[in-house]
Design a protein around this ligand. Sequence first.
Ligand code: 2PG
Ligand code: MG
Length: 410
Amino acid sequence: MTTGIRKIEAKEILDSRGVPTISIEVTAGENSKGIFDVPSGASTGAHEALELRDGDPARLNGRGVLKALQNVNEIIAPALLNFDVTDQAGIDKRLLELDGTPNKSKLGANAILGVSVASAKAAAVLKNVPVYMHLRDLADVSPSRKVPYLFMNLINGGLHAHSKLAFQEYLLVPQTESVEEALRIGVQIMHEAGRLIKEKYGPTFTNFGDEGGFAPDIADVKEPLNILFTAAKNLGLQDKIKLSLDVAATSFFKDGKYNFGGRSSNTEELLNLYHEICAQFPMLSMEDPFMEESFEDFARLNDGKVIVIGDDLTVTNPALLKKAIEMKSISGIIIKLNQIGTLTETIETMKMARAANIECVVSHRSGETKDDFIADLAFAYGAFALKSGAPSKTERLVKYNRLLEIVGQQ
Ligand code: 2PG
Ligand code: MG
């Protein structure tokens, strides 16, 4: 069987916010093709790998990705010609060598990741196995769950909405092994929450944010938790769910203070608020509760009562994860391929997390595409959860639907 890479093609496409991104097609062997469409974040961590943008104000507000395309066509494609597509570690090592910078700023993490994941998908086609099975051939990661929980972001604030709401994500996590049941619970509660918001605040408060959740223009950071929990109770589903938060606290941190709800809070006050929230609601996890450099503050909340998740804190980076483990900052980590830029490094981070008993939450970005690879990634390694927004927008739903499909095949 020939397994060499024959062709790598890059295209500029648009993501769910109408912002350019990169789509890569890798062809290997006879005619095995893998396509990956690269996502893009809004509340990005300072230490993420660099997403290369053209910066030409005359074209698409400087957000074009033609330079990244050029890097794929002129540098990456010739260097990987005839490379064994099933050798993921080898491909990613070559990509790192070609780039040669610590944060992938020469070729762009968007260019590099596109090739890395499209190669894995082409390899799965070549081997005639589902993507998750090919991933399992690449690595052993100690699983948390047979089927990941769904982290459904039903109320959007922060940088994902044009509202007064400072906290970024209010997530519903159905407590069930069944993806089908989790989705059913998710949409029922979403519709009931929408009804409650409309009744109390009027119809314009039910407009959607970037991840398909409601984006009500309210300032009280506890109110969305109230709405979701009341919706669950109204449907008799309160024992079937837990709630999670992605505070994304860096987005409202300035001059040593957390500025939200019309006032400035210090770390102590924010910590007290979180304790109050945990006492009042069935909280499963809290993501980025403090700004992205504050490993010690994370550790103060991480007392075993709620899962404390690092996202901007750890940016899927093994070195930052190591620091978070040493400082006992987290008990969960967000896994985002484009924060680090290659599949191999992403898997390395997942492995390291699981070896330290940290839960992996495989996550979409707020700027998404039709790609469903993260569902295979989450399932392959028995991740704790798959986080893919609200079940109301196609770019979010394709990931949940792919998980449904995978589970149906078992
Ligand atoms: C997050 C993500 C995804 P963004 O903070 O967890 O929900 O948002 O892609 O904007 O970083
Ligand atoms: Mg986050």
